[in-house]
Design a protein around this ligand. Sequence first.
Ligand code: KIV
Length: 290
Amino acid sequence: MDARTKLTARDIVARKGGPKLTMLAAYDYPIARLIEAAGIELILVGDSLGMVVLGYDTPVPVTVDEVVYHCRAVVRGAPRTHVVADMPYLCFHLSDEQALANAGRLIQEGGADAVKLEGGRGIAARISRLVEAGIPVMGHIGLTPQLAGGSFGVQGQDVASALAIVADAQAVAEAGAYAIVVEAVPSELGWIATEAVHVPTIGIAAGPDCDGQTLVSTDLLGIESKLFLSFAKRYAELGPVIEAAFTAYVEDVRSGTFPGPEHSFAMPEETAQALRSALGSVSSEGGGDG
Ligand code: KIV
């Protein structure tokens, strides 16, 4: 698959059991550009936004307006990447009408290609309604942070809860979701859930057997946030690098090392002279270094 061709929901379904799908959660234009340049196929404008970018303690306060705003930036940065917008807390639970209106905003105003809904059997009918209206829906089962009350532990660790997660996966797939995020379950259960559905699973802390993987981009980059997920693999340690750059900048400004001539605009000497004589009172020694 040419990484520069935007995948459709149908293309993503066709990847079941094929080459692994790659997705990252991201929230802004520059990171979206770099994700697209790296050939990652999906970007999730996750409600992790709340904890990673907006400084909330949980995803609960995130609004549809905030996801729309960040989604627009991501779409501008990654126009050839399949962008999924998270439906925030309680923005799809009240009625089909509420869900359709909010999903419609994320697609029309945010520019997303699809929406993601957290939940299993309890929201299957709602997913069907959105899909009937032509809105591609990604499911999200296992750990569902919107409903977790701030405790983000591993799910499905006993037979009953593992069976419930498999039933959730099947219900969401049968309702018409084109892919399902499976979060924070034992690897064995990630594999079982993947085998149980005809659409791709995209795992996050769900083992290697899912049809794809996702991470939160700031976790992968090593930028500490309120979210930081301990299971995330860090591919870089940018937090200390960024802090060191900021510290060096402060030192340079305070010591007068920055800005130097190479970071400043010079005025032609004759203009500078004419300016000085027009001002009269300004010393001919003063101003500029060019
Ligand atoms: O909000 C988010 O970033 C997510 C991922 C953790 C899957 O839902």
